[in-house]
Write a protein that binds this ligand. Structure first.
Ligand code: BDR
Ligand code: CA
Length: 311
C-alpha cells in the first residue's frame, strides 16, 4: 500500500475522504492525520478528525493538531457550508481517542525523514498551511516526498469563495505558493473535477441503503452540505470535493487531466488565491502539476459506495 499523511480541516467531504482511505488498506496505509484550521477553527477540525476515526472503527489512528491560522492572513472559515461544528448533519459522539502531543508540522517532518525517501504521499484536503510550514522549517523533506495529491484550485469552474478563488487556496495563498513552487510532484483536484462528482439524491440513497453506521452518517453529512450547494449552484447535488484525492490513489484511471504550470496569485486582493493554470500551455513556464479536469462520476460513486460498505 501507498503510505500517506492526510492533512485536513473536516468538513463533511474531508470526512468522506478519510473514511475512503481507512476503508482501503490494500491500497492505502494512513500513517497519521494532521488537522489544520480551515472550514472551522483548529479546535474543531482536530476534534472532527478524531470523531471520524472512531466512526471508522480506528481509535488507534494518530491525529495531530497543526497550524491554527494561515501564514500571513486572518483565518477565513466556511460555517455557511459546513455548519457550526464543521461536521453538521449526523449526531456523532464526542471522541474518546487522544489528540497526539506532537505538533502536526513536526510529525510531517519527522515522518518524511524517518520513512524511505520517495515513499510518503501527502494528501492535503484543506488550506496548505501545515505543508508549507513543514517545507519552510525543513527543506530537506521536499525531495523525500513521493507526491502531493491535493484538493484545491479551479480553472474553468472559477471560484467558490471569491469569483476568482477556491476556498482551500484562498484561505492561505502564501502557503499554496510555497507548495506549488516547491518542486514536489503535485496532483491537483480542482473544482473543475469536484463539481462533476455530485451527490445526487440517488447516490445519497445508496449510501444510506448500506444500513451501516458509516453509510447512514455519510448520507446525513452529504445531505447537510447539499442544502448549500444546491441552492447556490442549482446543481443536482453537492460536489464531493475531498474524496477525489483518496479515490485517485485507489483508481487513478477514473480521472484525467493535464501536466501543466500552475501559479498562485498572492498579491491582488481582487484575485487573491487564484490558481492561474496554463491549461492551453500558452507560456513556457515549466509544468509543476498534474491538474485534473475530468472524472468518471459513476465509477467514482461506485468505488465510494463499495468501500464505505466495508467499514
Ligand atoms: C474545499 O473547501 C472546503 O470547504 C471543502 O472541504 C473542500 O476541501 C472546496 O472548495
Ligand atoms: Ca476540506
Amino acid at each position: 500500500p501507498q503510505k500517506i499523511i492526510i492533512d485536513t480541516d473536516p468538513g463533511q467531504d474531508d470526512a468522506v475522504a478519510i473514511l475512503l482511505a481507512l476503508a482501503s488498506p490494500e491500497e492505502i496505509e494512513v500513517l497519521g492525520i494532521t488537522a489544520v484550521a480551515g472550514n472551522v477553527p483548529l479546535a474543531l477540525t482536530q476534534r472532527n478528525a478524531r470523531m471520524i476515526c472512531e466512526l471508522a472503527g480506528r481509535p488507534d489512528m494518530r491525529v495531530f493538531a497543526g497550524c491554527d491560522r494561515p501564514l500571513g492572513r486572518d483565518l477565513v472559515t466556511a460555517e455557511h457550508v459546513h455548519g457550526k461544528s464543521g461536521l453538521d448533519g449526523p449526531v456523532l459522539p464526542e471522541p474518546q481517542m487522544p489528540l497526539q502531543d506532537q505538533h502536526a508540522v513536526d510529525f510531517i517532518v519527522q515522518t518524511l525523514r524517518a520513512e524511505p525517501s520517495g515513499s510518503v504521499t501527502l494528501c492535503p484536503l484543506g488550506p496548505l498551511t501545515n505543508i508549507a510550514m513543514a517545507m519552510e522549517k525543513a527543506p530537506d523533506i521536499i525531495p523525500r516526498i513521493r507526491q502531493i495529491v491535493l484538493m484545491g484550485g479551479a480553472y474553468f469552474q472559477v471560484g467558490n469563495i471569491t469569483p476568482a478563488a477556491e476556498f482551500n487556496i484562498y484561505v492561505d495563498p502564501q502557503a499554496a505558493r510555497i507548495v506549488f513552487r516547491s518542486g514536489a510532484p503535485l496532483v491537483v483536484m480542482p473544482l473543475d473535477v469536484t463539481h462533476k462528482a455530485l451527490v445526487t439524491a440517488e447516490r445519497n440513497d445508496r449510501f444510506r441503503a448500506l444500513g451501516t453506521r458509516v453509510g447512514v452518517a455519510v448520507a446525513q453529512m452529504t445531505e447537510f452540505f447539499e442544502r448549500f450547494d444546491k441552492e447556490k449552484y442549482g446543481s443536482l447535488g453537492a460536489p464531493l470535493h475531498d474524496p477525489c484525492v483518496t479515490a485517485w490513489l485507489i483508481r487513478p484511471d477514473l480521472f484525467s487531466g493535464r501536466h501543466i504550470n500552475v501559479e498562485i496569485e498572492t498579491a491582488s486582493e481582487l484575485t487573491m488565491g487564484m490558481t492561474v493554470a496554463d491549461w492551453w500551455r500558452v507560456t513556457k513556464r515549466a509544468p509543476n502539476a498534474l491538474f485534473m479536469g475530468d472524472v468518471d462520476a459513476d465509477g467514482f460513486f461506485d468505488l465510494l459506495t463499495e468501500r464505505l460498505a466495508r467499514l
